[in-house]
Design a protein around this ligand. Structure first.
Ligand code: HEM
Length: 116
């Protein structure tokens, strides 16, 4: 698959996860949307790896700093995102969503600016 196609998929899955967690933190997520959000968050990682291969970063070289930061942010998004949506009290969830939004903003910043 081409770089452009990986990037299209990467961003499309990010949109689904952002929408899915947005629903989860503000009301009840239908079951199919929970599944869609989970699968899409895994596919963010898969397409991110595809993008890395396309821009010439291979496993042997070690990952650049901005990629390591993105992987950590992805872990927060994929694991803590849904768990907190389930466990936090309803009154706190809308505020906690700003944490999710911040994780997304920082990940986008890392991809665009690659500060380290
Ligand atoms: C936390 C969720 C993530 C968000 C919100 C996110 C966001 C983005 C965005 C918006 C772009 C396009 C940047 C551009 O066109 O300049 C991008 C590109 C990219 N992302 Fe992600 N990403 C995430 C997770 C990941 C993960 C986990 C990886 C690595 C496994 C990854 C690797 C990449 C790579 C290699 C590119 C291409 C950079 C380039 O073309 O120079 N991303 N990401």
């Amino acid at each position: 698959m081409s770089y452009e196609f990986y990037k299209f998929l990467h961003i499309a899955f990010i949109i689904i996860v952002a929408a899915g967690l947005g629903v989860a933190y503000h009301s009840t997520q239908p079951k199919y949307f929970k599944i869609l959000t989970g699968i899409s968050s895994l596919l963010i990682l898969v397409t991110g790896m595809g993008l890395l291969a396309r821009i010439g970063v291979s496993h042997g070289d070690g990952f650049p700093g901005w990629v390591i930061v993105k992987m950590c942010l992805w872990l927060v998004l994929a694991v803590a995102g849904p768990v907190l949506a389930k466990r936090l009290p309803d009154s706190i969830k809308p505020k906690a969503f700003w944490g999710i939004a911040t994780v997304l903003f920082v990940a986008v910043y890392m991809a665009v600016n690659k500060p380290f």
